[in-house]
Structures are given as structure tokens and as C-alpha cells.
Design a protein around this ligand. Sequence first.
Ligand code: ATP
Length: 366
Amino acid sequence: MTVADTIASSFLRVRGLGKSFGAFQALKDVDLDVARGEFVCFLGPSGCGKTTLLRAIAGLDPQDQGTIHIGGRDVSKAPPSERDFGIVFQSYALFPNLTVAKNVGYGLVNRARPRREIDARVAELLALVGLPEQGTKFPGQLSGGQQQRVALARALATSPGLLLLDEPLSALDAKVRVRLRDEMRALQQRLGVTTIMVTHDQEEALAMADRIVVMNHGVIEQVGTPEEIYRRPETAFVADFVGHMTFLDAVVTGPRSVKVGALDFIVAEDAGAEVGTPVKLALRPEAVQTRGVAADAPNRFDARVGDLAFLGAFCRAQLAPIEPGAPIIAADISANAMRDLGVATGDVRSVAFPPEALRVFAAAAS
Ligand code: ATP
């Protein structure tokens, strides 16, 4: 989908959003478009403004500047009750003294729907989230994962146009988190409900989102598909925040070449800077090839294997280039390759990486 298509079909449109707490600017001039049916994650470090943006969209903490349109309607000044969303919080926020069924039906009772319609809808929703038998229990009798399913059913009860999820999985233990993550994504796709989820967990965002909005210090650093964010980070911050990255200080030596210490590397894209300009390079450990390196492979160099960290499916090796002046470069070596090659600390190996694997950023960026 092109940017123009996204905007044309945008279900949620945010323009120039600003929000301050006293002298602190939590959101600065935020623009965002979310298409109908999309699953978008707000991702960023603690305090970057993810929750503030979500709450402004919901109208729970209104913005100081800017506009919000939901489903083509200007809701910039509308109270939360007129914004047609369902919301799930990290802390479940269920009513402890109401049964599961009453929790799920709460919004429908508030809308004075007929009893039979409510009962049918609650049963349908409990089945949808895999809890068909639990309606008469109280929240305290359920596990964390079950409580969060109830919270999800409650958020969906009124068939809202927009589903807002504020770190819904972070209070759960790792196994339940992954299972519920897959279930929530499948349910969202089935229902086609436009969804925004706040998370600081990059793996969660990569696994669940159609597009990820990476935030830092109250601004959006990049919006893109998980693959774009991972493979083509536009800023050093995004490169550093998502996945593991080795950063290397380098100097531009030509339109497509850089020097790191005594090593000459080729980059696939024009570095966009004059010869002699200091730049920062970013390289993923999995892009470094450690076996079957051709003699004429680009970006080939010899390195001594330093620390080897066992990470399950692969080992992360710290490679010290033999040429002087080049910093340590991390390389991920698969478990199979480790076995075949018999890699050990102290070995000297020829390694290489493709020119496309190098991202070039301004040196001042961090
Ligand atoms: P986290 O993952 O820790 O929840 P976040 O990205 O969701 O982080 P926000 O909760 O949006 O961050 O907060 C953004 C900034 O605004 C933080 O520095 C926070 O301290 C500040 N902030 C948020 N709410 C308030 C408030 N009610 N009063 C004062 N400062 C606030």
C-alpha cells in the first residue's frame, strides 16, 4: 500500500498532536494515519510517549494541540464515550465484584440493550476468546491470561470501530504471553477491527503488527512494516532499538565506500556524504557470513574469534578484525554452523558481509 493509499483509506488520522505535562513535552507534532482493519503497534522505550498518544486518541487525556479523526469524524474535542473504541489495559482492570459474564456485558448494559441480546452477545464473545464455560466465575478465580481474555471480550462487546491495547500482555508470564499474542492477532484478523497496541517489546511488535510506529522522546522516528523497520531502519535510534546491531565509526572514502580503521568496506547505497565525512555504520550480527566465504567476496576480512555467547539456536561471536584499528564486530553463527565449523575462541577466520547489510547514518546520531 502506498502512502497516498494509506491516507486515502485512513480510519484514524492524527495531525499535529502535541501534549505537555507542565514544562515537559510528552508529544511533539505527531502525525499518523492508520488504515481500516490495520494492526499498528506503538513501540519505543519507557517514557517515549506511547501511552500518552494512545490515551489522547481515546480522549482519556486530551491533547493540547492537533486534531484526531476516527472513521472520518473529527473527535478532537469529543469525550471518550463518543469515540467508538474498546480498550484493554495492562492491569486487566476488570470489576472484581462482577462475574465474568457481567464484566463482558457491562458496556451493553450501559447502552440499555435487551437482556436476551446481551446474554447472546456475551456467550458469543466468551466463546470467541476461548472461555465459553467461565461466565459465572469471578475475575479473581481466573489466571492472568484468562483475565486478559475477559478484558479483550469486554473491549469487543460493543463492536467498536477501534480497539486500543495498552501493553495488554506485559503482566503475563512468557509462555502465556506468546500464546495470547498469537490468539489476539488471529482474532484481530478474523474480526478485521482496526487495532492499536502499545508495547515496549520489539519481538511482540514484530510478530503482531501490520505496521510499527517507533517513537522516541515524544516524536515518531519511523513508521513501517516489521520488515522495513528491521531491515531498513531510517535512523540510528531505530537501528539500535529494534534487534541487535553493531555500530562502527567510519569515514566516507567514495560514493559507495567507507573505511573502518584499516578496513575498506563497500556500501550498497550512496553514503550521501563527501569523502572524509565521519559516519556511523550499522550491521546486523546475522548478516556476517562465517563459512564458505569466497576469496573475492566483498567486505571480506580476517578476524579472531573472541567471546562466544550461546543463545540457543545460534551463538553470538565477538570478532576482532586482525587489521589494526577496527572495532569488534558481532556475528551470529547458527548451531549447525558451529557444529560443522567447530568454531572456538582464539580461531582466526575469514568472514564477510554483503554491502546491502551496511546502513549508513550521520556520525552525530546516536
Ligand atoms: P511506558 O512504557 O513506561 O509506559 P510510555 O512511552 O507509554 O512509557 P508515557 O506514559 O506516554 O510513556 O509517558 C511519556 C512521558 O510523559 C513520560 O516521561 C512520563 O513521565 C510523562 N507523563 C505521562 N503522564 C504524565 C502525567 N500525568 N503527569 C506528568 N507526566 C506524565
